[in-house]
Design a protein around this ligand. Sequence first.
Ligand SMILES: *[C@@H]1O[C@H](CO)[C@@H](O)[C@H](O)[C@H]1NC(C)=O
Ligand SMILES: *[C@@H]1O[C@H](CO)[C@@H](O)[C@H](O)[C@H]1NC(C)=O
Ligand SMILES: *[C@@H]1O[C@H](CO)[C@@H](O)[C@H](O)[C@H]1NC(C)=O
Length: 308
Amino acid sequence: MASISTLLLICLFISIIPGYANTDFINLKCNANSVGQFGQQSLLVCVIHTTQEVSNPEIRVVTWWKVGVKKPLVLFYEGKTTSTTGYKFAEPSWNNKNMNVSLLIANTEVANDGDYTCNVITDSGSSNSKTHLQVTAKYSPPIITTPKRIHQGADGFVICNSEGGYPKGQLRWFDEFNTDWTKSSEMVANKTKNGLFHLSSTLTLKSGSIFKYTCVVYNASGEKVNEANFDPDPNSGSSTGDGHEEPVHYKLESKVVAPVVVIGSLIVGLLITLLLLRWRSRKARRPSTAPLMGDHTEIPRCDEEGKA
Ligand SMILES: *[C@@H]1O[C@H](CO)[C@@H](O)[C@H](O)[C@H]1NC(C)=O
Ligand SMILES: *[C@@H]1O[C@H](CO)[C@@H](O)[C@H](O)[C@H]1NC(C)=O
Ligand SMILES: *[C@@H]1O[C@H](CO)[C@@H](O)[C@H](O)[C@H]1NC(C)=O
C-alpha cells in the first residue's frame, strides 16, 4: 500500500495542475454545512456529479480528511478502503461505481466539530470539496440552588446550573415582569472532559429585591432551550432548589410591611383625632370667652385658697 505522503503528493499535484484538477467532467459537491448531534451519527454528504460526456465513471481514489488531523479518516486507494475507527462511507456497501462518497461518523464527539475535505480521483478527472460539521448538544434543564441563607440587610445569591451542552450557551435571569437581571449575575462556562459545557451563573440578590426569578438557558444560536423558576415562597409551589431557609426571611420581610402600614395609619388617625379635639375645644371656648375664662381663672384660685 502506498504511503499517505505519496497520496498527499498526488493530491497536491492534481490540485496544482489546473488543466487536470478543474476538469469540468467531474465535480464533487458537498453540503457546505451539516449539524451533528453529540453521541449520535453524523452524515457529511458529498456526491460526485458528472457531465453527460462521462459514461460509467470509475473512482480510483477517495480521501476524507478532517482539517488539523494528520491521518485520513477514510481512504479508498487501489481498490481497498481503509478507515479510522468510527468513520466509514455512508453508503452501506459502497463501491467505486457509487458516486455518493458521503462520510458517516458513528458516534459524534465535540472533537468532530470542524472542517472536512474530500478528494476524489476518477478515470475521468478529479475534484475536491470542503464541508463543515457543527456539533451540537442540548443543555440540561437548569437547576437553581440557594447555597447561603440570605440575611436581612445583607446581599444574598442564587446559582443556576446547566450542563452537557455544546457549543457554549448562555444563562440569563428574568423576574416575573420579564425584566432582564443578567447584568446582576456572573456566568462561568467550564468545559467538561468530553468537551461539553457546564454553565453556572450566580445572581446577586440585593436585600429587598424582587422575589421571583427565572433562569433561562440559551443555546449558541440564542434560542431558548429551557428554564427554571426560583420562588422563595414555598406556598406558591414552584420553588426549585434547596432554599428552605429563604422563605423565612422573605416571609418576614413581607409581613413586616403590614404592621408598618397599620401602625402608620394608627399614628395618622391619632394625629387627626388630636387635631380635631383641639380644634373643637378651641371652637367651644370662643363664643363664651368670659364665663370660661372666669371658670378657668376661678379653679386655680379655689385651689390656692384651699391650700392657703
Ligand atoms: C448519499 O448517501 C447517504 C447515505 O446513504 C444518503 O443519506 C444521501 O441521501 C445520499 N445522497 C444522495 C444525493 O444520493
Ligand atoms: C469552573 O472552573 C474553575 C477553574 O477551573 C473552578 O474554580 C470552578 O469551580 C468551576 N466551576 C464550576 C461550576 O464547575
Ligand atoms: C438552538 O436551538 C434551536 C431550536 O431548538 C435549534 O434549531 C438550533 O439548531 C440550536 N442551535 C445550536 C447551535 O445548538
